[in-house]
Design a protein around this ligand. Sequence first.
Ligand code: ASP
Length: 332
Amino acid sequence: MRNRREFIKMSALAGAAFVSPAACKSEKSNYPASNLVAQNNTKPIVVSTWKAGLSANKAAWEILAKNGHALDAVEAGVRVTESDPQNQSVGLGGLPDREGKVTLDACIMNHKNDCGAVAFLQDIENPISVARKVMEKTPHVMLVGEGARQFALENGFPKKELLTDAAKKKWQEWLQESRYQPVINRENHDTIGMLAIDQSGRLSGACTTSGMAYKLHGRVGDSPIIGAGLFVDNEIGAACATGVGEAVIRIAGSAIVVELMRNGLSPTEACKEAVGRIMRKHDNLKNLQVGFLALNKSGEYGGYSIYKGFDFALKTNQEEKMISAAYNLEWQ
Ligand code: ASP
């Protein structure tokens, strides 16, 4: 494993130029990190972040397998995670902010660069569907807070208490010390980002989260921000992010990954270069986990994270599995 100094030196030398597949191989990762190509390049393909991605992909697949639209697939896919009370980083059951409020962020983007987003949304179980409504029914891209909530209610989304007993208990335990240290580490991040290409070659993506546990009331991360948490360009590919949102926003993470693919990098190489940029711009990498996931037009996919432990779910005609992303650092 390359240490950080060596990594920074190497990345600085490489700059945005082509990074050879060999340079991308992480010793600890369980696959050669050049390209991962779905067998025979068969479409459709869906990839999504973390283990929850497996069941989300299943729901997406029901649409993709019937020659459905990638946009419908990613929406249906991440709704499963949003509605799962066991998942404490997304939708219903998400861990609240420091005031005990569950506030949700989500965005969605299609093959025509149409996009919609909601941020700091409360009381609505499926923010991804509200984001889609913003995209389709308004001239805007993003609605936030009370305005987003009103819009959702006016469009028939039911009001729902999102703070589950389990999440409330954890928050109350946190309150005893009340240390304002919203930290993303190996346990507490599970934002779902999903990217899909359908049989007709249309790419779409979705990203949805309850954000960092115990964040300041009003904090919004990268996940609902087009270009940060998610970006789709049907000429090239799509990318999404998970981890410390502030770090992702600073480099316009997902847009950068897509641009790096436009410049010839494979999805894994592009994710690696974006991770390298974040590492070069932060002196303190303690607990700074970020992972990127990318899928290109030809069906190549890949992921890369700062720390070990980021994995993603894949579903194609032939395969359904979790893949460990390559990474740069081991947790201390
Ligand atoms: N990216 C999300 C945020 O910063 C957190 C996560 O991925 O879990 O809100």
